[in-house]
Structures are given as C-alpha cells and as structure tokens.
Design a binder for this molecule. Structure first.
Ligand code: FES
Ligand SMILES: [Fe+2]
Length: 343
C-alpha cells in the first residue's frame, strides 16, 4: 500500500531523453521519455494488447510504437494507430501520468490526476539555486521505502554504519528532539564539543573539536531534508562554517524496492575539489546504508510474521512519520470507497 496522491521523484532530469526509460514506481511499470521539444512524458508501461512493455518499443516522433505488433500511442496515452485497422475505439489507451520537471528532477503523480497540484511539489530548491552547490545521484535499493525513511530519520546509525565518513560517537550519544508541525516531523540534534568526522576534516580541514547540529524535516509520504551545520568549537567565523542540505526524495519501487534520489548541496567552500569529495563521500556513505537496508529487508522477508520490533527514544521521528503515512493511507482508502459507492 502506497500513498498515491503525492508527488514523487521519478527520475533525475538528465536521465530521461529521447530514448525509452522504464522505472517501477509504486508497484507500477512506467515508461518515460521526452518529446522532440523536451516535454517529459510518462505512460503505463504495459501494452493493452498483449502486455508487451512499451519501453521495449521505439519512438516515432513524439509517439511511442509497441515493439510487438506495432500499436502506436500518443503522449497522452491515446492509441493513434492499429496496423491494418481504421477504427480505434477510445478504450484503446494506456494511462498517462503527470510528469513535471522541477529542481532538476522529474516529479510524477501516480494518483488521481485531478488532485495533481504542482504547488505541492516539495521544496527541494537547493538542487537548483545559484547560491548553492549541489551534487547528487540515485540508488535503487532492495528494501521497502519506509526502511530508508526510518534510516534517515534516526541518524544515530552514523556512529556505527558511517564511522569512516560522517559518523562519530557523538551522533549516537546526543539525544534528538522530535516535534510534529502539521503533517511534517522535525528531528533536531545538537552535538556541542565533539570530534570532527573523517570526511569533514578532509572537506574543510577541521582539526580538534567542533560544534555540530542536524535538523531533519520529514514531509509525507517520503521526503527528507537534512540540514547539517558545523563550526570549530566556540567559533562563528563565516569561512569556517560547514553547512549543507541533504535532499532525499524516496520513491517506492515495488513492495520491497525503492529509489533513493539524493542531493547534497552546500553554500560554502566553492571549490570543485570539495564538490568531488562531497560526491564521493556521499556515495560511499549511502552505499553503506544500502548494505544495511538490503540485509534488513532479507531478514524481514525470511522472518515474515514472526518479528515484532521494539522501540526506544531514537525511533521517535521514524515512528511519527509512519503514523502520518498510515493516516494518509486510510484517508485515500476512505476516498476510494466513497467514490466506488457513488459510482
Ligand atoms: S503487445 Fe503491443 S501491439 Fe501487441
Ligand atoms: Fe546512513
């Protein structure tokens, strides 16, 4: 079960062009491409004739031709050509999805198209802001998307999973405070007088202790923005501040896979070498998460129905996020039941 009436990142903007790209999103196969004038298109990737993935076909101008028997579909999903047949009933169509380019990502709306309000796209502007320097990427992970949300909302794991990059004991030993702001969850951790993690020493040359903080905001169903800020202990010198945002757009793939679209964006040390270090350090750290999350999913699959999780304080953010998502799922299910009753 996934929240459908929401914007999710479907792809990085430069991943989709004049070739057909398939991606599973919310347990549906989706084919994406761009029209000749650059407009992004997303269609259900199953031919209504005999279920050939349309992504195995080819583009004819702005239209897509199935690679099996040659049916042609327009960007809005209408079938425009059936070989050797003049009549095409309106029922010959595939679902088309709203796909919007914003902040250098393509955002998809999988639910009711009438509710697809672009103003609801999460504020990820730090990925396309002249004052910020971003770097980013995409992981496809073999785990349920909420395991990744849990992971990002409880950064105490940095001390154990990311010890060689961004983790120190201080992250686990300083408690975080959790608050609800409407449908958002905020998790704040302050770490005064702690050692600089190895990556920070490389990035900005910290030696000795630093004052560090993390401010995490979750917005449903699965977006997480982390603000990380560090300064040498007791200092407030502008050129010694290391501040960055970690933008996480998490998109369910299937029941046990998800897409992690991430960007790390900073407004300090504008050195391309630092961007390279940020990129490499982030890929390394997120790869460490992938190992943990896929191992966790394997255990959950094998132990299905035989596991009951225990909780402690650090789970407060992740648990609050799950409560909000459950509420949205119930609301969508009630709306679907209402619509069915009225039809
Ligand atoms: S399966 Fe697509 S045209 Fe037959
Ligand atoms: Fe992590």
């Amino acid at each position: 079960m996934f929240v459908k009436n929401a914007w999710y990142i479907a792809a990085m903007a430069d991943e989709v062009g004049r070739t057909l790209k398939q991606r599973w999103i919310l347990d549906e196969p989706v084919v994406m491409y761009r029209t000749a004038d650059g407009k992004p298109v997303a269609l259900y990737d199953v031919c209504p004739h005999r279920s050939m993935p349309l992504s195995k076909g080819e583009l004819l101008g702005d239209q897509l031709r199935c690679g099996y028997h040659g049916l042609v579909f327009a960007p809005d999903g209408r079938c425009t050509h059936i070989p050797a047949q003049t009549h095409i009933a309106p029922s010959w169509c595939v679902k088309s999805y709203r796909l919007v380019e914003k902040w250098r990502w393509l955002w998809i709306w999988m639910g009711d198209p009438k509710s697809a309000d672009e103003s609801l796209i999460p504020d990820f502007h730090w990925n396309e802001d002249p004052d910020w320097i971003p770097t980013g990427g995409h992981f496809e992970i073999g785990c349920h998307y909420q395991l990744l949300v849990d992971n990002l909302l409880d950064l105490s794991h940095l001390a154990f999973v990311h010890r060689t990059t961004i983790g120190t004991d201080a992250v686990a030993e300083n408690p975080a405070t959790v608050s609800r702001e409407g449908n958002a969850v905020r998790i704040v951790r302050s770490m005064p007088s702690c050692p600089a993690p190895p990556l920070y020493a490389k990035l900005i040359g910290y030696s000795g202790e630093i004052d560090r903080s993390q401010d995490i905001v979750f917005t449903p169903p699965s977006q997480v923005v982390i603000t990380s800020r560090s300064v040498p202990k007791g200092s407030n010198e502008a050129d010694k501040i290391l501040e960055y945002r970690v933008l996480n757009g998490i998109t369910p793939g299937t029941k046990s896979t998800c897409h992690h679209f991430w960007a790390v964006s900073r407004n300090c040390v504008p050195d391309p070498q630092v961007t390279k270090l940020f990129h490499e350090g982030s890929v390394r750290a997120f790869s460490e998460d992938v190992t943990v999350l896929e191992t966790q999913q394997t255990m959950l699959d094998r132990m299905a129905g035989r596991i009951a999780w225990m909780h402690y304080n650090a789970d407060g953010g992740g648990n609050a996020a799950r409560v909000i998502v459950d509420k949205l799922l119930k609301r969508e299910a009630a709306g679907a039941t209402e619509r069915a009753a009225m039809s």
